[in-house]
Design a protein around this ligand. Structure first.
Ligand SMILES: *[C@@H]1O[C@H](CO)[C@@H](O)[C@H](O)[C@H]1NC(C)=O
Ligand SMILES: *[C@@H]1O[C@H](CO)[C@@H](O)[C@H](O)[C@H]1NC(C)=O
Ligand SMILES: *[C@@H]1O[C@H](CO)[C@@H](O)[C@H](O)[C@H]1NC(C)=O
Ligand SMILES: *[C@@H]1O[C@H](CO)[C@@H](O)[C@H](O)[C@H]1NC(C)=O
Length: 463
């Protein structure tokens, strides 16, 4: 495989020789509009939900069998992805794979079999580790596929490699996609690889026009087993499943952002900051953060194991978990580095589905501010016995709020202090509130605060 960094396009155009920018015929536009009317996005999403989320989308896209057949199309609900030009304004293409850069492979993998693409070929791009932000972008209606992020001891220390495997019926169609090294126009320190596909005309009308891309990004590993420090990484993808290997042990990112659409994200990461979002597909994994972390989806569950570390005085990790119409299941480990009295802000929010959050560990001098909220489904929160502060568990009339605690709980710092649990304020069947703390303290001065709310279902808070 050739190294793409060494190749320059002699014409100076951002597109390689032999490429022309196709524009859309008016036909395409009319087609999009005609298909839009009878089957609404709302109906689609309902059906999507029942059918089990994004895997279904992936397989239906691949097989071309749609409910709302003939009437619904992806671009009717996602007009932005049916643009004439899928390449975002801030993206500059620097080198694009030409047909010579693709190495045709035998068709053997599972993925290949499931999607029934007869051909696949691979190319790769090296990006030095120098840029401040490493980037991966997929845009366009045919940019369906997957992204794997892994490390390898064999990877040269000064660069990362993007391996892109295209699955297709016709080489000409593959070569219409722009698979390119990209930089950000207003920031040359943001560099990576982009896959842009929507200028194919109507992609599913003809099966041969379909494409799928599997990308694997390989990071190096340090020789001494310590974690490698990487600045920022941004993946901004269309229907692309995102998955990482156990990166938490190998890499510390300064800031990582994984954005998906209609496809699940699975991860094991360690970063100062993180943003992971998708929709109609689950978010699942392990994250060790020392700063802000946001995990956001819709209509699909969040299942995460989170370590939030407060590294110095004044460091306040903030974690947000948010979905709707699907359960949240979270397990938290709060850690204060030596000398740091950590303050932790955690929010978990869904609707119409159960919420279950457990704090497995928390240091004695930490301050936890936690808001948990769902509606029409049970909420269940278990704090660590070190928690001190005010609490509130609330649901609607006729449903029960419970606060559970062990009266003989031992002092977590071994000083034989007694735990006080005081119910104060309005307390009845549906509302329980008060304070919990160790030893003698002025309860008004406690900064910790936990609220757990739902409606039309029971709520349970374990102190
Ligand atoms: C981290 O990355 C996200 C997404 O690119 C960005 O919105 C955010 O501002 C970044 N945070 C920091 C501290 O740079
Ligand atoms: C989480 O990250 C912090 C800081 O990067 C590190 O000190 C700690 O060992 C990590 N914790 C786990 C459980 O990996
Ligand atoms: C944190 O603050 C406390 C009290 O002000 C101080 O004793 C300690 O050294 C500080 N720790 C760090 C890591 O700055
Ligand atoms: C940190 O926590 C310890 C133990 O609760 C306390 O004595 C100390 O005053 C706290 N320091 C700060 C800066 O809040």
């Amino acid at each position: 495989m050739a190294s793409h960094l060494d190749q320059k396009n002699p014409s100076g155009s951002p597109l390689p020789n032999g490429y022309t920018l196709l524009s859309y015929s008016p036909d395409d536009v009319i087609l999009g509009r005609r298909r839009r009317e009878p089957c609404t996005p709302k109906r689609f999403f309902k059906a999507l939900l029942m059918a089990g989320g994004a895997f279904f989308v992936l397989s239906t896209l691949a097989h071309g069998t749609f409910f709302c057949a003939k009437r619904w199309s992806v671009h009717s609900v996602i007009p932005n992805h049916w643009d004439e030009n899928p390449i975002p304004d801030d993206v500059a293409l620097s080198h694009c794979a030409s047909s010579d850069d693709w190495e045709v492979e035998d068709r053997v993998t599972d993925f290949d079999w499931k999607l029934r693409f007869p051909y696949q070929s691979t190319t790769h791009f090296d990006i030095p580790l120098a840029p401040d932000t490493l980037w991966f972008v997929t845009k366009g209606i045919s940019s369906v596929g997957s992204l794997n992020i892994v490390t390898s001891p064999d990877q040269p220390k000064d660069k990362i490699t993007y391996y892109v495997t295209a699955h297709y019926y016709k080489e000409e169609v593959r070569d219409l996609a722009d698979v390119c090294i990209i930089t950000k126009k207003d920031n040359e320190n943001q560099e990576g690889v982009g896959i842009f596909t929507s200028r194919h005309g109507e992609p599913r009308r003809r099966r041969e026009n379909r494409l799928s891309f599997e990308t694997t990004i390989v990071f190096p590993e340090s020789d001494d087993g310590s974690a490698l420090l990487i600045k920022d990484f941004v993946a901004d993808t269309f229907i692309t499943r995102i998955q990482t290997s156990s990166l938490a042990e190998k890499i510390i990112f300064k800031n990582i952002s994984l954005q998906g659409y209609l496809a699940p994200i699975k991860f094991s990461l360690r970063a100062v900051e993180g943003t992971i979002s998708t929709s109609n597909a689950p978010i699942e994994g392990y994250f060790n953060t020392t700063g802000n972390l946001e995990l956001i989806t819709r209509n699909a569950n969040i299942k995460v194991d989170i370590v939030a570390t407060s590294v110095k005085n004044g460091s306040e990790p903030k974690v947000i978990l948010e979905t709707v119409n699907a359960p949240i299941e979270g397990s938290f480990h709060l850690v204060s580095a030596e000398g740091a009295n950590g303050t932790f802000h955690v929010t978990a929010k869904t609707r119409n589905s159960p919420l279950k959050v457990k704090f497995e560990d928390a240091p004695a001098d930490a301050i936890l501010v936690f808001n948990a909220e769902t509606a029409n489904s049970p909420a269940e929160v278990a704090l660590h016995p070190t928690f001190e502060g005010s609490f509130l568990a609330e649901t609607s009339t006729f449903f029960q709020a419970k606060v559970l605690y062990d009266q003989d709980e031992e002092d977590p710092i071994g000083k034989e202090r007694q735990r006080q649990v005081l119910f104060e304020g309005k307390n009845n069947g549906q509302t329980k509130q008060g304070y919990v703390f160790w030893g003698d303290q002025e309860k008004e001065k406690l900064k910790g605060r936990v609220t757990v709310k739902t409606s039309l279902s029971p709520v349970e808070l374990q102190l």
